[in-house]
Structures are given as structure tokens and as C-alpha cells.
Design a protein around this ligand. Structure first.
Ligand SMILES: Cc1cc2nc3c(=O)[nH]c(=O)nc-3n(C[C@H](O)[C@H](O)[C@H](O)COP(=O)(O)OP(=O)(O)OC[C@H]3O[C@@H](n4cnc5c(N)ncnc54)[C@H](O)[C@@H]3O)c2cc1C
Length: 381
């Protein structure tokens, strides 16, 4: 039996988050886009409403929500504003490898406090010369007695300027390839951690993206996440949980773009009738509805597999690639429906088009998702 309807509890969760997005996220979206200010008020409100870090296990005081539930939250927050939503989701990405691998000591010290207080985290893997090619990272951590010494630099790290700690992937054994990489928790305030300027990006402009430099940073051995040499698995494994959520955020953005397009197409008249009555326009919007629905089903399938404890790498990449490409196309078509007004920042869809582009880039580009899908299809042949 295949079920496509959320349970009553899940429906209540969606409605709760939607109301939150209506009251706390969407009204702030334009301000944060224009000023690029970090959305602390929305974050505090989300924390208060229990919508931050929802997958922290109950053992550590969290809600222990699964990936399907988190996908509902991500879609609604993104419907409100994906710039604000990304600041929340980046916490989830940083937490994922830690929840999967960390000792009780690290969970108690770094993860449990995020339930009671507003604390931000960052996932620091990409480097100036290694994005898609994670195996090419150069940051090193060398063991010296009871600590490691970290040197190198990271790039494009979301939440870098506001986080309390980062999950950092570093090379601990150059000869061992990806098996020579280890994950660490590094506090932003430690000596030798230098965070760069806030990058000015095309979209999602309130999200805090920066480079980070590590110069002889001393990391206590207790801050190794999981085992030495298992960092790659933890860092890459995190995407099985987070890519469906990025995809869900893309669905939320596309839904918002479509709603604006529907509204405008009913109001705007040309040649004596609302433009919705011109088939060229209504078909564009019909395709938006079709593709949003298809993307959401891919998200739910990938998230459901994850919650069942089944391997979902291929499905997570399918959801991410399809939803990202779809959201960018839908946002672009929404601009088209608005005509000249769509190209102007007084109207909402211009921001959505700018915001949508990043879905094809972060957490693995659309090309890399296709690479993963193809590898999964051809593996063993
Ligand atoms: C706003 C923003 C936020 C981000 N947040 C984070 C974060 O929090 N933490 C983090 O670690 N990283 C983060 N990133 C980094 C992001 O994940 C990388 O930018 C992304 O993985 C691409 O890497 P790159 O920029 O080095 O591009 P490259 O890897 O240099 O790729 C350039 C182009 O070549 C294509 N390409 C590369 N290799 C192949 C291949 N083998 N086959 C086909 N095509 C290929 C890519 O798809 C792309 O189109 C963020 C990036 C941005 C812009």
C-alpha cells in the first residue's frame, strides 16, 4: 500500500510551520534581502517555536524528528524566504555528521545546548580550490600529543560569521586518500580561527557566507567527530539527510513563485482579458504546478527511505537535482508571467529568481547530482 497523504500529526505540523512562515518569515524577507542583515529575530522566533534543529535526538533533549517531518518544515520556511530558511538549514547540515558520529561528550558539549539556547553551527568542507572535488581538500590536521594542529582555509561556509562551532573536514593522512580525512568540531572563538568578510551573493543575501582560515589551531583530541579517518563518510553521508531538505526548500520557493504568478495572471489584463486566459500563460503555470508536485514526491520518497533506515543516496540526488532545476525554471517563468514588472525589485518574483539559483550549486551542483545518480546506476556493471 502506498500512502501519499501526510498523517494528521504531519498535517498539523505543516500548518503550524506555515503560520510561522506567514507571521515571522515572509514579512521579514524583503528587509533581509535588501539589507543583507542576518535574520536573528526570525531565528529566535523559530527557536521559540521549536522549529530549529528538529533532528537532535530526544536523548539530547531534541525532538528527534525524521527527514519527512523536516521536509515539511523546510518547504514552509522556504515558502516564506529561502534566505532566512538557509540560515536554519545550515545548522542542520553541520549537525548531521556530528549526530551520526560524535561521542556523548561532544553531543553534550556542543549539540545539547542548541536545544535550550539559540546557537548556530557551520559545515566547513569546501575550500577555495576544492568544491565539487572534495577529495582535493588541502586543510590538514596533524596530531601533536593530546591535540591536533589545524592549518588551511575553507570557502563559502554558510553561518561562518555567526556560528559557535563548525564541523571541519581535514586531511589527517595524505597517503590514505578519502580514508585519510577526519571530521573535527572547531569553535569559532579559538585562537587561529579567522573568519573572512561576508560575501555578497546573487540571492539568499541575508545568509552569512564567508571564507575561514585556520592557522595553527589547536584542537583537543576529544573534538574528533567519530573515528580518525572516517570524516569523509560522515561529511558525505550527511547529504543523504540534507539533500532532500534542500530539495524541499526549492519546492517551497517554487510554490511561492507559482502562487504569485497565479495571482498576477488573474489580475493583469491584456487584449481584453486576464492573461491567465491566454493559453501560453496558463500552460506555463500548469507546468509549474506539475513540476512542483513531481519534485515534492521525489523529496518525500528520498526522505521516507532515509527514515526507514534504507540507503537513499540516489533518491536524495534525484530529488535535489530535479527540485533545484525545477525551482530555477519556475522562478524564471514567474518573472515571465509578470512581464516587465517581474524584472523589477518592487515585485516579489525578481528576488525568487535570484534566490533560486543557489539550489543548483550548494550541497553539490546539479552536475554532481547527475554524476552521483549515474554512478549509482552503473555501479557493479
Ligand atoms: C552561497 C553558498 C553557500 C555555500 N555553503 C557551503 C557550506 O555551508 N559549507 C560548505 O562546505 N560549502 C558550501 N558551499 C560550497 C558549495 O557546496 C560549492 O560551491 C559547490 O559544491 C561547487 O563547488 P565549486 O564552487 O568549487 O565549483 P567547482 O567544483 O569548481 O565547479 C565548477 C563547475 O564545474 C562543474 N563540475 C565540477 N566537477 C565536475 C564533474 N566532475 N563533472 C561535471 N561537472 C563538474 C560544476 O557543476 C560547476 O558547474 C556554498 C556555496 C555557496 C555559493
Amino acid at each position: 500500500m502506498i500512502g501519499f497523504e501526510p498523517s494528521d500529526d504531519q498535517q498539523a505540523l505543516r500548518e503550524h510551520v506555515h503560520q510561522f512562515a506567514v507571521n515571522e518569515v515572509r514579512p521579514r524577507a524583503v528587509h533581509h534581502d535588501q539589507t543583507m542583515a542576518y535574520p536573528w529575530e526570525a531565528i529566535r522566533a523559530a527557536h521559540e517555536a521549536g522549529l530549529m534543529n528538529t533532528h537532535i535526538p530526544e536523548k539530547w533533549g531534541g525532538l528527534g524528528l525524521g527527514c519527512v517531518d523536516a521536509s515539511f518544515i523546510a518547504e514552509e520556511l522556504a515558502w516564506g524566504c529561502t534566505g532566512i530558511g538557509t540560515t536554519f538549514e545550515a545548522n542542520g547540515l553541520a549537525l548531521e555528521p556530528v549526530i551520526s558520529g560524535a561521542s556523548d561528550y561532544l553531543m553534550e558539549k556542543y549539540v545539547a545546548p542548541m536545544v535550550s539556547e539559540v546557537r548556530m553551527a557551520a559545515y566547513a568542507v569546501t575550500e577555495p580550490n576544492a568544491g565539487s572535488d572534495v577529495a582535493a581538500i588541502r586543510t590538514t590536521a596533524v596530531r601533536k600529543g593530546d591535540h591536533y594542529v589545524l592549518n588551511g582555509s575553507k570557502m563559502w561556509i554558510t553561518n561562518a560569521g555567526v556560528c559557535d562551532w563548525m564541523f571541519v573536514l581535514a586531511v589527517t593522512d595524505r597517503e590514505a586518500g578519502y580514508k585519510g580525512m577526519t571530521g573535527f568540531i572547531v569553535e569559532r572563538g579559538w585562537k587561529g580561527v579567522e573568519v573572512g568578510k561576508k560575501e555578497i551573493n546573487l540571492g539568499q543575501r541575508c545568509s552569512d557566507t564567508r571564507g575561514v582560515t585556520f592557522t595553527d589551531v589547536e584542537i583537543p583530541v576529544e573534538n574528533v567527530v567519530g573515528e580518525v579517518g572516517k570524516g569523509w563518510m560522515l561529511a558525505m553521508g550527511a547529504f543523504d539527510h540534507t539533500r532532500p531538505l534542500v530539495a524541499s526548500s526549492a519546492v517551497g520557493l517554487a510554490r511561492s513563485a507559482m502562487e504569485h504568478a497565479v495571482q498576477y495572471a488573474t489580475e493583469r489584463k491584456t487584449m481584453g482579458k486576464p492573461i491567465a486566459q491566454h493559453q501560453a500563460v496558463s500552460f506555463m503555470i500548469a507546468e509549474m504546478a506539475r513540476d512542483i508536485e513531481a519534485a515534492r514526491l521525489l523529496v518525500w520518497r528520498a526522505a521516507w527511505l532515509k527514515d526507514q533506515g534504507q540507503r537513499n543516496t540516489k533518491e536524495a540526488s534525484m530529488a535535489k537535482a530535479f527540485a533545484a532545476d525545477m525551482a530555477h525554471r519556475v522562478a524564471s517563468d514567474a518573472v515571465q508571467v509578470f512581464g516587465g514588472y517581474g524584472y523589477n525589485s518592487e515585485y516579489p518574483v525578481e528576488k525568487l529568481l535570484r534566490d533560486s539559483k543557489i539550489f543548483q550549486i550548494y550541497e553539490g551542483t546539479s552536475q554532481i547530482q547527475r554524476l552521483i545518480i549515474a554512478r549509482e546506476l552503473f555501479s557493479g556493471r
